[in-house]
Design a protein around this ligand. Sequence first.
Ligand code: GLU
Length: 376
Amino acid sequence: MNKTSIVRNIFDAKRIVVKIGSSLLVDTNTGLLRTTWLRALAQDIKRFRDRGQEIIIVSSGAVALGRNYLDIQSPELRLEEKQAAAAAGMVRLAHAYQEAFESYRITIAQILLTRDDSENRRRYLNARSTLMTLLKLGSIPLINENDTVATEEIRFGDNDRLAARVGAMISADLLILLSDIDGLYSSDPNKNSNAKLVPEVSDITMEIESMAGEAQSNLSSGGMVTKILAAKECLAAGCSMLIAKGSEVNPLLAIENEAKCTWFRPNGTPYTARKKWIASTLKPIGSFVVDMGAIDALKKGKSLLPAGVISIIGEFQRGDSIAIETTEGIEIGRGLSAYSSNDAQLIMGHKSREIYEILGYHGRDELIHRDDLVLN
Ligand code: GLU
């Protein structure tokens, strides 16, 4: 891959998740925040925003900061000590980000997630719509794992995979993993002077996985192995990912200026990946039987409105995959319902403006939004 396209993609990305590792933000010797580094990062991010790019930050560092703040001496933290450290450190971490962005009048909003939040459909949808709303409000979501409640079974344990999941959740087109290593090497660069940086990966082959196994970075939780798992998730979601060294000040500027890094490039875009997921991965658990008017509108690329639905089959929740059928029972497409079957039963056949009166809350105008819909 030539350099021009590296730079072109950074500038082209519309929605970018930036993941920041603990070792960049917190001085490993003193346990204190690297304030100058964070201010410079804010400056970098401001530039992205001025170009119209949306930014979501996934930041580690709560445990590292909290451990120093609470003066926990043990070298290896037990899970409950980590959770206590995270509880104290997260306050400081969020505050540090707010301060760093204050002079640019950019607001920061904290979201703490567990793996469960991204797997349980209802919680996933809530998290997604909160994130989207924050972006619309011009705020920067600051995300970390909810370490204080995340027990071993329900935690990601590393923010690389959390960041990839967030990227997939909000259809980001780029995830930047800022790390203490500048990319994926063919073998461990500390042990092998012939180790070569791999500039581009488009498929996570066994060979790539074995490179990751050898070339570990020093990060506390996420080594190269978790980064490759993150890359897999990104590629499936149509999101590009890059691993770059973040320890110097203004790391994003360095990437713009063509610093060494590894790019992971998907085949499709987040849009096509999401449509594919709706069309082939999800199994419909109910049906909307629609009238001719609705079929015509759908064929023109419109959303499915409650007015066009004649009957509803099955019981389902908001966000479930639903088949769209003709009165003869022929499936013409499928999509994600914006309403549960109970609420959909009440509003079907009605105009969207009547939804509030019928249900008592402001839901979406569409039963299935066109972005959540695929026709056969
Ligand atoms: N959630 C942890 C923290 O904020 C970090 C996990 C990781 O290092 O990836 O300290």
